[in-house]
Design a protein around this ligand. Structure first.
Ligand code: NAX
Length: 329
């Protein structure tokens, strides 16, 4: 039997955790031939709930699930981990200022970054889901300089999936036909879902949709505000679709990306497309199937796109300046 791969999930007793763990344990994250050990991190008050989730994982008798560690201790949670999915965070509450939000999350992601650097496996990769995920990723990464910058990711895949579905519905085709759809920037309401470089059934999206007004207005705002629309309808934030996007992200990073497609994920900028170096920024990337990836070149950035990319860049720079002023990076 292959050696099990250790996968850490933080915030494991939360709603995304509940949608994520069973899929990881069934082999959907790392494939049907790779046994996994789940390492689950929670805060003390949630440990009892987490015990219940662990009981349910046991009750599934997943053949690939080689073990479960559940803990509130950071070193234990990240010991030997190859994939760390950082889901647990403190979402913005009514009346909370942005600085408070960044500061409270800094208190979570600083020590998690250190614990990853000190305890994880040498091949560790980190996907930050907990919001504000781009800046939380930046905070954790800046406290783990030993872990190469290309191992840190923040999740913009849910936005890509949302955008693909909106386009497929508009054109009246299957979502599998929508390709090369980049989400630029921050996982927030400033993100830019780039329709102009995307294709549907091999045709450029603007030609297939034939409704520029829709693409430039309601398409963008629907994707940007989808999270809020789900809270409004469901009375709770996206969980199953978020867990699905986390699985999609890892699978896409492990698989060679076809030449006509890209994967949307936030990564450490090296200045690609003029984005300031060091930001955790949503780009179109391609993976090589061997664990490597690069920002996809050749995306056309017209004036409309450049304006939107600037807005989301400015927001991320403001977040970076704020966490810097708070001493978090
Ligand atoms: P929940 O509130 O249901 O669960 C969060 C869990 O994290 C709780 O069980 C809590 O006890 C735990 N937690 C808090 N502090 C922790 C710490 N220091 N260490 C370990 N665990 C800790 O939230 P859920 O709906 O699961 O969402 C989790 C995060 O994902 C939120 O920040 C949310 O905003 C974010 N999302 C990100 C998305 C993305 O596309 N990047 C989309 C979905 C979601 O909104």
């Amino acid at each position: 039997m292959t050696t099990p791969v250790h996968v850490t999930v933080t915030g494991a007793a939360g709603q995304i955790g509940y949608q994520l763990l069973f899929r990881i344990a069934s082999g959907q994250l790392l494939g049907p031939d790779t046994p996994v050990v789940l390492r689950l991190l929670e805060i003390e008050p949630a440990m009892k709930a987490l015990e219940g989730v662990v009981m349910e994982l046991d009750d599934c008798a997943f053949p690939l699930l080689s073990g479960i560690e559940y803990t509130s201790d950071l070193a234990t949670a990240f010991s030997g981990t190859s994939w760390s999915l950082l889901v647990g965070s403190i979402p913005r509450k009514a009346g909370m200022e942005r600085g408070d939000l960044l500061s409270v999350n800094g208190g979570i992601f600083q020590p998690q970054g250190r614990a990853i650097a000190e305890n994880a496996a040498s091949d560790v990769r980190v996907l930050v889901v907990g919001n504000p995920c781009n800046t939380n990723c930046l905070i954790a990464r800046s406290h783990a300089p030993e872990v190469p910058a290309d191992r840190w990711f923040a999740m913009t895949r849910l936005d890509q999936n949302r955008a693909e579905t909106q386009i497929a519905k508009k054109v009246g085709t299957g979502v599998a036909g929508v390709k090369n759809l980049a989400i630029w920037g921050n996982h927030s309401a400033t993100q830019f879902p780039d329709f102009a470089n995307a294709t549907v059934d091999g045709r450029p999206v603007p030609a297939a949709v034939a409704d520029d007004e829709w693409l430039r207005t309601s398409f963008i705002t629907t994707v940007q505000k989808r999270g809020a629309a789900i809270i409004e309808a469901r009375g709770a934030s996206s969980a199953a679709s978020a867990a699905n996007a986390a699985i999609d992200t890892v699978v896409s990073l492990r698989t060679a990306t076809p030449a006509d497609d890209c994967v949307s994920v936030s990564v450490t900028s090296h200045g690609e497309y003029g984005v300031p170096e060091g930001l955790t920024f949503g780009f179109p990337i391609t993976a090589d199937g061997q664990g490597g990836w690069r920002v996809k070149e050749g995306f056309a950035v017209d004036e409309f796109a450049a304006e939107r990319i600037k807005i989301t860049t400015d927001e991320l720079l403001a977040e970076r300046d704020e966490v810097r002023a708070l001493g978090l990076i």
